[in-house]
Design a protein around this ligand. Structure first.
Ligand code: ATP
Length: 234
């Protein structure tokens, strides 16, 4: 039997009050893939990843995890099923220390010590910063903290919204090295990014969102060519 996609959106619709913003989104992430969700501000990328993580209700269509229909799932249940979102702005608690932020992930069964140990093994800098307030760290360090918290839940699929936002190019490149490493470890990734150039090199598949619809899907090379001619005006 073929292995089902880890994550699948079929004809997904979503609205904020009376305003519909997703008009039938089809998106598939196969095991071990990095899928890039690209497109300009307001196209619906954030809404799409929120729906996928159970953070926003759907107004139509179907959401599937590992081939199983999960419409109406809560974010907690989604996380329990291995689907975890790192939101735009990273979602770390600025007024808590690095350790306190990490401890918030204990709901998943691991002990505080285990979560800290895993985080510091992957990102040694976090150990030096462990008693520092998260809000006083650099954007890259905060992103490492956000990733460490997400990884404590042993996700099958990571949803990353604007991973590169506000980060220096060298840090962005380090973060994408980390993403490539996570894929090696068996995690699948859907990453929403406004700036295609940062994510295309590690993507297996790319989709462009415009006005709440998938306007194009293809290999990174195809989409790169499309983006420079059609969507971003060269
Ligand atoms: P960005 O990168 O700026 O977040 P995006 O592609 O992720 O852009 P969304 O944030 O999903 O796009 O927004 C899609 C549309 O939904 C936009 O027109 C936006 O104004 C609208 N929208 C987003 N959040 C809300 C909200 N809470 N209430 C009403 N409308 C919203």
């Amino acid at each position: 039997e073929p292995i089902p996609p880890v994550l699948e959106l079929v004809g997904v619709r979503a609205a904020y009050g009376p305003i519909q913003v997703l008009h039938g989104v089809d998106l598939t992430v196969h095991p071990g893939q990095v899928v890039a969700l690209l497109g300009p501000n307001g196209g619906g990328k954030t809404t799409t990843v929120k729906v996928a993580a159970g953070l926003l209700p759907m107004a139509g269509g179907e959401l599937r995890y590992a081939g199983q229909k999960v419409n109406g799932i809560s974010a907690e249940t989604a996380a329990g099923m291995g689907v975890c979102l790192i939101p735009e702005g990273r979602g770390v608690f600025a007024n808590l220390t690095v350790r306190e932020n990490l401890w918030l992930a204990t709901g998943t069964g691991a002990s505080r010590e285990q979560i800290e140990e895993r985080a510091y093994f992957r990102f040694p800098i976090l150990q030096d910063r462990r008693n520092q307030l998260a809000g006083s760290m650099s954007g890259g360090e905060q992103q490492m903290l956000a990733l460490s918290r997400a990884l404590a839940t042993d996700p099958a699929v990571l949803l990353l919204d604007e991973l590169s936002m506000g980060l220096a190019p060298m840090i962005v490149s380090q973060m994408y090295d980390t993403v490539a490493q996570l894929v090696e470890e068996g995690i699948s990734v859907l990453v929403a990014e406004q700036f295609a150039r940062t994510v295309l090199p590690i993507a297996d598949l790319a989709a462009v969102m415009l006005h709440g619809r998938i306007a194009a899907v293809g290999t990174p090379a195809e989409i790169d060519a499309d983006l420079s001619t059609t969507y971003l005006g060269g």
